[in-house]
Design a protein around this ligand. Structure first.
Ligand SMILES: N[C@@H](CCC(=O)N[C@@H](CS)C(=O)NCC(=O)O)C(=O)O
Length: 202
């Protein structure tokens, strides 16, 4: 399978991390979103929404949305639970990630480290991103009290979806020292023998 991706994107890191945990090889095709490569006619034919990551399956079909790609790769593995409620809880945290977490924590990081020539209209939005991002981190911090993982005390794709941008939250100006349970959870995931860093190119 081929992953159309950007190395420094947390959304693209999610499927790379899971694939490595599962021993799946992905061919990586870099898409420079700052040069508009995600909006060419050729790329839009693969993903009409013009975003990375986009997975090309072995049969030539495409799948977009990082969390949908996580689900596709995880089905039938230990990262997708058997229990009905646990499966729904994994989805609960993955929807939380996309609605309440990524739009603030990933976006703040994007404008600080990936496109630092941030226009004034974006700079003005940092207080809102920090307020809403900290609200999401507080929800995670409370949930992680007495827990090692988000769902059912097993490492699932809910953890991967939330790990991707949480472990880089300081890049966007968030202070993780306020969240000891989150820091323990991040450290726990990093002890997995197949864990890879975002910068690792596999
Ligand atoms: N909800 C999407 C968000 C994907 C997304 O925003 N990707 C960014 C990189 S992190 C992108 O490719 N942007 C290119 C563009 O908007 O043209 C997902 O989880 O995959």
């Amino acid at each position: 399978m081929r992953l159309y991706q950007m190395q420094d994107s947390g959304n693209c890191y999610k499927p790379r991390l899971l694939a490595h945990l599962l021993g799946i090889n992905l061919e990586l095709i870099d898409v420079d979103i700052l040069k508009g490569e995600s909006r060419t006619a050729d790329f839009l034919a693969k993903n009409p929404n013009g975003r990375t990551p986009t997975l090309e399956l072995d049969d030539g079909r495409y799948l977009a949305e990082s969390n949908a790609i996580l689900f596709y790769l995880a089905e039938g593995t230990q990262f997708w639970p058997d229990d009905r409620l646990a499966r729904a809880q994994v989805l609960q945290w993955m929807f939380f990630e996309q609605y309440s977490h990524e739009p603030y924590i990933a976006v703040a990081r994007f404008w600080k480290v990936i496109a630092p020539e941030c226009p004034p209209a974006m700079t003005a939005r940092f207080p809102e991103w920090h307020q809403k991002g900290n609200a999401a981190l507080s929800v995670m911090e409370t949930h992680l009290t007495g827990r090692h993982y988000f769902v059912d005390e097993h490492y699932t794709i809910a953890d991967i979806a939330l790990y991707a941008y949480t472990h880089k939250a300081t890049d966007g100006g968030f202070d993780l020292t306020k969240y000891p349970n989150i820091r323990h959870w991040l450290a726990k995931l990093e002890t997995h023998p197949q864990h890879i860093k975002m910068e690792t190119r596999v």
